[in-house]
Ligand binder design. Structure first.
Ligand code: NAD
Ligand code: TYD
Length: 360
C-alpha cells in the first residue's frame, strides 16, 4: 500500500487528482490530504470520499514546520504530490507577499520535512520515496514567435508575482535534486479547466457571470492565448510521471489546445445556449452583449503554448479529452452544481469581485 501525501488537495486540481487516484487505484493507495483551506480550498469538493478508509484529511499549513514534520512522523509517507499554492495571477498582482510565503517558503518546509524523513545516513534514499512538485507553464514567460512552444529546456522568464514564486519553488526543488540527490520530479502544466474550479479563473467566471446576466470581463483585446487542458488529463499526466518518470527530471504537460480568450468566451456562450433547456429562465440571460472589454491585466502574458513531446515520447501520455467534449462536460457540471457555485461565490468572493472588477 502506497501512502501519498497530497498538499492542496481541497483545491481545484488537487481534488480532481484525489478523485482520479481513488477511483483508478483503490486498494493500492492511501491518500492523506494536507490543506489549510484558504478561500480556494473547499472540502465540499471531496464530500463523496470523506468517509473512505483510504482517505484522510489533515488541516494544516505547509508553512508550519512543526505541523508538516508531525505528518511525516505519524505516517510512513512514500510519495508527496505538492499542489498547495496561491494560484491566481490577479491576486498575486494585488498581494505578492503571500505568494512568496506559501509557494516558496511553504515548498521549502515540505522539502526539508521530506528530506529529513527519507534521507539515509549515506545520503541515499529508499526506493519508492519521491516528491512531485506541481508547477505551471507560466514560469517560461510569454511566447512572441507564433511557431514557438515551451519545452523543458526553455529558459525561465516569469513575469507575474505568481509565476515568479512558482519559478522560485521549481528552482528550490531542482537545487535539492542537484545538491542532496533528493528524489523529485517537476511537472509544468498548461491552463487547466474542469469541475471544481474556483470562479475567479476565466472559464468558471464566464460561466457564472453569464448564468446571472452579469458583464463578462475580457482583459485587453481578448486575443491573449492560453493552452487549455482538461483537469483529469493533468491528473493522468501526474500519475504517469509517478509511475514511469525518471527521478530528477521535469515534464511539461499540455495538449496542444491553444485558444484566444475571446474564442473561449464565445464557445462558453454557445454551449450554455445549447445545453440550457428553453424552460430554464437562465437561458434568457445568456447574451453576447454581456461581453465587456476591460482594462488589461498588468504585465499580461500574450501567449502560452506547451510542447508535451517529452512526456508523450518517454511515458506514453497523451490527453484523452478534446476541448469540445471537455468544455461541454465542464459547463454541464456547473449547471448541475448550482449549490456548490452559490456557496463559493458568497461572502469573501463578492468583496474580492467588487474590488477587483470595480477598478477596471
Ligand atoms: P487552487 O487555488 O484551486 O488550490 C490551491 C489549494 O492549496 C487550496 O485548496 C488551498 O486551500 C491550498 N493552500 C493554499 N495555501 C496553503 C497553505 N499555506 N498550506 C496548505 N494548503 C494551502 O489551485 P489549483 O488551480 O488547483 O492549482 C494547484 C497547483 O497546480 C498549484 O501549485 C498551481 O500553481 C498548479 N497549476 C495550476 C494550473 C491551473 O490552471 N489552475 C496549471 C498548472 C499548474
Ligand atoms: P486565468 O484563468 O486567470 O489564468 P492565467 O492567468 O493563469 O492564465 O486567465 C486566463 C486568461 O483569461 C488570461 O489571459 C487572463 C484572461 N482573463 C480575462 O480576460 N478576464 C477575466 O476575468 C479573467 C479572470 C481572466
Amino acid at each position: 500500500m502506497e501512502t501519498i501525501l497530497v498538499t492542496g488537495g481541497a483545491g481545484f486540481i488537487g481534488s480532481n487528482f484525489i478523485h482520479y487516484m481513488l477511483e483508478s487505484r483503490a486498494g493500492a493507495i492511501k491518500i492523506i490530504n494536507l490543506d489549510v483551506l484558504t478561500y480556494a480550498g473547499n472540502l465540499e469538493n471531496l464530500k463523496d470520499v470523506s468517509d473512505r478508509p483510504d482517505y484522510e484529511f489533515v488541516k494544516a499549513d505547509i508553512r508550519d514546520k512543526a505541523a508538516v514534520e508531525k505528518i511525516f512522523k505519524d505516517n510512513d509517507i512514500d510519495t508527496v504530490v505538492h499542489f498547495a499554492a496561491e494560484s491566481h495571477v490577479d491576486r498575486s498582482i494585488e498581494n505578492p507577499g503571500i505568494f512568496v510565503e506559501t509557494n516558496v517558503l511553504g515548498t521549502l518546509v515540505l522539502l526539508n520535512a521530506a528530506r529529513a524523513a527519507w534521507e539515509l545516513k549515506d545520503g541515499s534514499y529508499p526506493d519508492g520515496k519521491r516528491f512531485l512538485h506541481v508547477s505551471t507553464d507560466e514560469v517560461y514567460g510569454s511566447l512572441s514567435d507564433p511557431d514557438d512552444y515551451f519545452y523543458e529546456t526553455t529558459p525561465y522568464d516569469p513575469h507575474s508575482p505568481y509565476s515568479a514564486s512558482k519559478a522560485s519553488s521549481d528552482f528550490l526543488v531542482k537545487s535539492y535534486v542537484d545538491t542532496y540527490h533528493f528524489p523529485a520530479f517537476i511537472t509544468n502544466c498548461s491552463n487547466n479547466y474542469g469541475p471544481y474550479q474556483f470562479p475567479e479563473k476565466l472559464i468558471p467566471l464566464i460561466i457564472n457571470n453569464a448564468l446571472s446576466g452579469k458583464p463578462l470581463p475580457v482583459y485587453g483585446d481578448g486575443k491573449n492565448v492560453r493552452d487549455w487542458l482538461y483537469v483529469e488529463d493533468h491528473a493522468r499526466g501526474i500519475a504517469a510521471v509517478l509511475d514511469k518518470g525518471r527521478l530528477g527530471e521535469k515534464y511539461n504537460i499540455g495538449g496542444h489546445n491553444e485558444k484566444e480568450n475571446i474564442e473561449i468566451v464565445h464557445i462558453i456562450l454557445d454551449t450554455l445556449r445549447e445545453l440550457l433547456p428553453d424552460s430554464d429562465p437562465r437561458k434568457e440571460l445568456v447574451k453576447d452583449d454581456l461581453i465587456t472589454f476591460v482594462t488589461d491585466r498588468k504585465g499580461h502574458d500574450r501567449r502560452y503554448a506547451i510542447s508535451p513531446e517529452k512526456i508523450g515520447r518517454e511515458l506514453g501520455w497523451k490527453p484523452e479529452t478534446d476541448f469540445a467534449s471537455g468544455i461541454r462536460k465542464t459547463i454541464d457540471w456547473y449547471l448541475h452544481n448550482e449549490e456548490w457555485l452559490a456557496h463559493v461565490t458568497s461572502g469573501d468572493y463578492q468583496s474580492y469581485y467588487d474590488k477587483m472588477y470595480g477598478q477596471r
